[in-house]
Ligand binder design. Structure first.
Ligand SMILES: *Cc1c(COP(=O)(O)O)cnc(C)c1O
Length: 450
């Protein structure tokens, strides 16, 4: 097996990885996965506590998805999607529109999350061009927001260590304060919060709406920015603001979609009707890559014209609507119905949230937050002042290594440790994972260790 790890190091450059760390901690060679468990070459088991990067929904190797893929590949593997179409894409579009907010009527496919966002940004921008509103050129977004790693998606994300080196390349966007309750930009406490932080976004839109195409945000859960969870009222106010000032609302549900927050979409917490809904990650239950940008007839119709009028949306990705990916996504939505996934997960969420509370009083735990099947712990050097650990202390990395030894994946986001669990998890597995997490944190986060 050493041979494979050596070859990996020789040939491969892993994502988000300081490759020098691989000397200390080589990537784990995974051989198989079943349900919420993944296994390495020695049959050591790891709980997939972060759903293979926030994708997996129904557990690995779900029979209905593998069957659907096998069946599809026998008849049609792939075909270009301009000038051609196929049943898996049509069925999926119909099924997605069935579960999405009801104002959405059209589906534009791509192949990952960043492309789903890029398509929405470009559609929004070109919509205003097609409508003769040439002065609308800017997007508003939130601090700590994250929408992907391509240049456009980075341009509408919050400033972070991820996009820092590329700043000179990014197009300008307007960033509003984010509803980061633990580090409230208005210095309010939860009990007397009246969503004062919304004023930042409101005043930007009020002043500059004539120049603004749209607002892009992650609803309720800002995932990559640190698992920041905010009240539905903020989302509702933001949606109303976009309607009032005639700018688009682009909702990025790439991480939150497909039940992760306890409802099919986070939009369902507030009867939100976005102009664009970006989907990926959980769409195929994390089995195959696929992206989708859903939009309204109003937007679609602004592009619908004779070819020579230059209103066409000239954008696409080679693997758009891959039939095998689409068939996996159709099967995943079938599972939601057949297994009553959303109802079942409701019975486990209160237990999960209740158990998360036990971390709150621990040393170095600044904040505990949760929504649906996502729970996060923000570690701080000083609980009173909320002073964060320094980047170079690599506290998250130390916990991550410890977690792996214990068979759970505590992949950190800076100083935030989180669980991002498949909806299919059993109460027994959940209890085991929470107990392990508690044990690891208790052992490592001692005053004498730090
Ligand atoms: C992961 C993610 C993306 C980017 O998706 P990729 O498939 O990695 O390009 C965009 N937005 C959100 C909210 C995400 O969590």
């Amino acid at each position: 097996m050493k041979k494979w790890t050596e070859k990996d190091f020789k040939y491969i450059w892993h994502p988000y990885t300081q490759m020098k760390d691989c000397q200390d901690l080589p990537p784990i060679f995974i051989k198989k996965a079943k349900g919420i468990k993944i296994y390495d070459e020695n049959n050591k088991m790891y709980y997939d506590t972060i759903s293979s990067w926030w994708c997996n929904i129904h557990g690995h190797n779900h029979q209905m998805i593998t069957q659907a893929i096998k069946k599809q590949i026998k008849s049609l593997d792939h075909v270009l999607f301009a000038g051609f179409t196929h049943k898996p894409a049509i069925l999926l579009a119909e099924n997605l529109l069935d579960v999405a907010p009801e104002n959405l009527k059209k589906v534009f496919f791509s192949d990952n999350g960043s492309t789903a966002v890029e398509a929405a940004l470009k559609m929004s921008f070109q919509y205003w061009q097609n409508k003769g509103k040439k002065e609308k050129k800017l997007f508003v977004c939130l601090d700590h927001g994250y929408h992907g790693d391509t240049i456009g998606a980075m341009s509408v994300s919050g400033d972070s260590i991820f996009n820092e080196p590329f700043k000179p390349l990014l197009f300008s966007s307007i960033k509003a304060d984010s509803p980061y309750c633990y580090r409230c930009p208005e210095k309010k406490l939860k009990k007397d919060c009246k969503i004062e932080c919304f004023q930042s976004l409101e005043s930007i839109v009020k002043k500059q709406n004539k120049k603004i195409c749209g607002l892009i945000l992650e609803p309720l859960l800002m995932a990559a920015g640190g698992m920041i969870i905010y009240p539905p009222d903020y989302l509702i106010k933001a949606a109303q603001l976009t309607k009032k000032y005639n700018i688009h609302l682009i909702v990025d549900e790439i991480a939150t979609g497909f039940g992760r927050t306890g409802k099919m979409f986070a939009c369902d917490y507030g009867n939100i009707y976005p102009d664009f809904l970006c989907l990926s990650k959980g769409i195929t239950s994390g089995v195959l890559p696929l992206g989708a940008t859903l939009t309204t007839n109003e937007i679609y119709n602004a592009f619908y014209d004779d070819y020579d009028k230059k209103k066409t949306f000239f954008h696409g990705h080679t693997f758009t609507a891959n039939p095998i990916s689409c068939s996996a996504a159709v099967a995943s939505l079938k599972i939601f119905k057949k297994e009553n996934t959303l109802k079942k997960v409701q019975s486990i969420i209160p237990f999960f949230h209740n158990q998360m509370e036990k971390f709150r009083n621990m040393d170095f735990v600044g904040d505990v937050r949760y929504i649906g099947m996502v729970g996060a712990i923000e570690l701080v050097k000083n609980k009173e002042t909320k002073e964060p650990f320094d980047f170079t202390e690599r506290i998250g990395y130390k916990l991550y290594k410890k977690g792996l030894q214990e068979g759970i994946i505590l992949r950190p986001l800076g100083n935030i440790i989180y669980l991002f669990l498949p909806l299919s998890i059993s109460q027994t597995d959940l209890e085991y994972i929470l107990n392990k997490t508690e044990k690891i944190l208790k052992n490592l986060l001692k005053v004498e260790n730090i």
